[in-house]
Ligand binder design. Structure first.
Ligand code: Q46
Ligand code: ZN
Ligand code: ZN
Length: 349
C-alpha cells in the first residue's frame, strides 16, 4: 500500500476515500478534514476562545491538539465524574497534555462541587450510569463555558459516534433528538453556549491513528460503564455495513445533515428560561441537573414491584410494604436544548 500523495509506504488506509497515506500526509489529511468542518459549518474563528471538552481519551485530546496546531485559542475542561480508577487515569492524561502544551485545563470535580459521583447518582436514582453522566456532562460543559466566558464548547464526537447516535435516534424515531443532532448547535440568549463537533468527518480509527502518529498519550481503556451500551451495538452494525460498502457511515450522516435534519428542526419549538435554582437554561421550571442532584441526595421512596403468578400462569405484580425504589423520572437537561446520545448510552466528549 502506497501513499496517494508521495508514493512512500502508507501507514493509514481511508477506504471511504479510496486512499492511503504515509504518516505526514495522513496528518495533512486529518487537518484538511477538520479545517473543512470548521469552515463548512462556520464553527468558530481565530478570535474565539474555545473550550475543549476533554475526557483524556483519543478523540478529545486529538481535537485539542489539532486545534492548537491550527492556531486556535483553545483551553480544556475536564469533568471528574468520580468513576474510580478510570476517572483518575483519564484526569492524569488530560493534565499531562495540558502541561506539555502550556494550556489551561479547567477541572470540574463533581464530588467536590456537588458531593456526588456518577456511580452514586446511578445507585441512588437507579438510572443507567450513562444517563446521569451524559446529563451532568452536558450541563457542566455549558455552565463552565458560560461562567468562564468561552464563546464555544468543542467536543470530540467523531463520525462513528455521530452515525451511531443517528442510527439509534432513527431506530426509535426520537424526532426531538434528530432535530438537534448537528455539528453546530447555536448559542441561545438564555445562556446556552455554542457547541461544535470539528471531528465529525473523521472516523474513530482515524482519530486513534492521529493520536498515535502525533505521540499523544491517552487513556486507552473504556469507561467500565460503556460495556453493553446500545451505542456500541449500533457502531458494530454500522461497521459491518461499512466493511461491505466503504462510505456508508459518511453517506448516512452527511445525507441526514444535508437532506433531513432541517425538517425535524422546523418541528421542534422549544423555549428556554433560567432554572429557578441554578439559573442555567432549561425548558422546565427546575432544570434536569438540579432535579438529578436533589434526587441523588434524597432518593424518593417508591413502591417496588415483585412478580407473582396469576391463575393463568402469567406474571402478576405484587406490592409489598417496605419495598423502595426511585422514580428516576428526570428527563433531558441543559440538555433540554441539545440531544443526549440516547438515555442510556455513553456520551463521549
Ligand atoms: S463516561 Fe459517562 Fe461515558 Fe462512562 S458513564 Fe457512560 S457516558 S460510558 S463516554
Ligand atoms: Zn505521503
Ligand atoms: Zn438548575
Amino acid at each position: 500500500m502506497k501513499c496517494v500523495r508521495c508514493r512512500d509506504d502508507a501507514w493509514v488506509e481511508v477506504r471511504r476515500h479510496n486512499a492511503s497515506y504515509c504518516g505526514d500526509h495522513f496528518i495533512q489529511f486529518f487537518h484538511d478534514q477538520v479545517r473543512r468542518a470548521i469552515s463548512h459549518d462556520k464553527m468558530f474563528s481565530k478570535s474565539d476562545q474555545i473550550l475543549v471538552a476533554v475526557s483524556g481519551g483519543k478523540d478529545s485530546l486529538a481535537l485539542w491538539d489539532v486545534l492548537l496546531e491550527e492556531g486556535y485559542d483553545a483551553d480544556g475542561l475536564y469533568i471528574d465524574l468520580g468513576i474510580g480508577d478510570y476517572s483518575s487515569r483519564s484526569r492524569d492524561y488530560s493534565e499531562q497534555f495540558a502541561a506539555a502544551h502550556g494550556r489551561t485545563l479547567h477541572i470540574s470535580d463533581m464530588q467536590q462541587s456537588f458531593g456526588v459521583s456518577v456511580p452514586l447518582i446511578a445507585e441512588q436514582t437507579r438510572r443507567a450510569p450513562c444517563s446521569g453522566c451524559g446529563l451532568a456532562k452536558r450541563y457542566l460543559f455549558n455552565r463552565e463555558a458560560a461562567e468562564r466566558g468561552y464563546a464555544v464548547v468543542a467536543t470530540g464526537h467523531n463520525l462513528d459516534d455521530e452515525a451511531a447516535t443517528l442510527l439509534g435516534n432513527v431506530l426509535h424515531w426520537q424526532t426531538g433528538y434528530l432535530a438537534r443532532q448537528a455539528p453546530v448547535l447555536e448559542a441561545e440568549d438564555a445562556g446556552l453556549v455554542r457547541k461544535v463537533k470539528p471531528l465529525y468527518r473523521l472516523s474513530e480509527h482515524e482519530t486513534a491513528a492521529y493520536a498515535v502518529i502525533r505521540g499523544i498519550e491517552y487513556v486507552v481503556e473504556e469507561c467500565p460503564n460503556a460495556v453493553g451500551a446500545k451505542s456500541i451495538l449500533h457502531k458494530e452494525a454500522l461497521n459491518l455495513l461499512e466493511q461491505a460498502s466503504p462510505g456508508t457511515k459518511q453517506a448516512f450522516l452527511l445525507g441526514f445533515l444535508d437532506k433531513a435534519r432541517a425538517q425535524f428542526a422546523a418541528n421542534d419549538p422549544h423555549e428556554l428560561r433560567p432554572c429557578i435554582e441554578c439559573e442555567q437554561p432549561t425548558t422546565t421550571e427546575r432544570c434536569a441537573f438540579c432535579r438529578l442532584i436533589a434526587e441523588t441526595r434524597d432518593p424518593k421512596p417508591r413502591v417496588a414491584r415483585r412478580y407473582g403468578k396469576t391463575r393463568r400462569g402469567g406474571d402478576r405484580r405484587k406490592i409489598r410494604a417496605g419495598d423502595t425504589a426511585t422514580a428516576g423520572a428526570v428527563t433531558a437537561g441543559v440538555g433540554e436544548a441539545e440531544p443526549p446520545n440516547s438515555d442510556d448510552s455513553p456520551s463521549p466528549v
